[in-house]
Ligand binder design. Structure first.
Ligand SMILES: C[S@@+](CC[C@H](N)C(=O)[O-])C[C@H]1O[C@@H](n2cnc3c(N)ncnc32)[C@H](O)[C@@H]1O
Length: 278
């Protein structure tokens, strides 16, 4: 518990990382807004954005569960999945278990970058295709099975009492009627390298799986070879994404200018050198 709010282990990691940065923050896909409510009540300039899976029903049921203090701080994404905040708004933008749901990853990453200030940083935690247990149903390798084998596999796991929510819904057909279609329509477990490639288009990316593990364990963890891929199989990826302080376009333009000016003895080239050494 942090204050009166029970945060998940991932949220505690996000909270600790956000507090290192401070300033304005966004939890993208904030769900019921636990983190938003907690930080806003403590006086932080922290906001949420939600799509509610584009479903009016889901929006109503989730809306009813919205955390205290978060109600006026969560903005609804439009059908175009644009994040409803201005450019360069936040010092820190984070997400937990959201990247695997977005339909258009490139658009979402671009949006995450757009609302982040230059030099701003955030943490994104999400399962990937390599993750062994499909985290929504709690069924191992469900997402890697051909469609025809998914239902029988889920039935076995549910019958064994190992699937998510199987105690709450012991009738397999009723259980699967909810989770099977949800998986097909809203879960997109992409390979780790695909997500990294997309994030690197907009951000300087740093894997933080080992730091996250150390945070949860409460002691340092040696960066053994193979540990990061193992974490991807166990729980997914943990990525720190920093928006470059200078736009890649303008830095390319400056280095191009410097290259051409260094071959001429123009007065401009000496002023460039003065500026760059300041
Ligand atoms: C598994 S929940 C995680 C919620 C919350 N981050 C948490 O840790 O409890 C995934 C959330 O992502 C939201 N979501 C799905 N697609 C999204 C998108 N394209 N943009 C923003 N949020 C999205 C869903 O509405 C849902 O609330």
């Amino acid at each position: 518990m942090v204050g009166a709010v029970a945060l998940t282990a991932n949220e505690k990691f996000m909270l600790e990382r956000y507090k290192r940065t401070g300033g304005s923050g966004l939890d993208h896909g904030c769900g019921d807004g636990r983190l938003v409510g907690l930080l806003a009540s403590d006086g932080y300039d922290f906001w949420g954005a939600e799509s509610y899976y584009g479903s009016e029903d889901f929006r109503e049921t989730s809306g009813a569960r919205t955390a205290a203090g978060a109600r006026d701080r969560i903005r609804l994404l439009g059908d175009d999945f644009r994040i409803p905040f201005d450019d360069d708004t936040f010092d820190s933008v984070c997400s937990n278990q959201v990247i695997e749901h977005v339909e258009d990853l490139r658009l979402t990453v671009r949006e995450l970058a757009r609302v982040t200030k230059r030099g701003g940083v955030g943490i994104h935690l999400f399962p990937v295709r390599e993750t062994v247990v499909e985290p929504h149903l709690g069924v191992p390798l469900y997402h890697r099975m051909p469609s025809s084998l998914r239902r029988p596999l889920a039935r076995r796991w549910h019958k064994a009492g190992r699937a998510n929510f199987c105690r709450e819904e012991p009738d397999f057909d009723l259980w699967y009627r909810q989770l099977g279609p949800f998986f097909e329509s809203s879960v997109r477990l992409r390979p780790a390298r695909t997500v990294l490639r997309e994030m690197k288009r907009e951000f300087e990316v740093r894997p933080v799986e080992i730091e996250k593990l150390a945070f949860h364990r409460g002691h340092a963890v040696p960066a053994l070879p193979g540990l990061v891929p193992l974490e991807h199989r166990r729980v997914g990826m943990a990525v720190e994404a920093r928006r470059p302080a200078v736009s890649p376009d303008s830095s390319r333009a400056v280095s191009g200018q410097m290259a051409s000016s260094s071959t001429s003895a123009s007065p401009r080239s000496s002023s460039m050198r003065r500026t760059s050494s300041r």
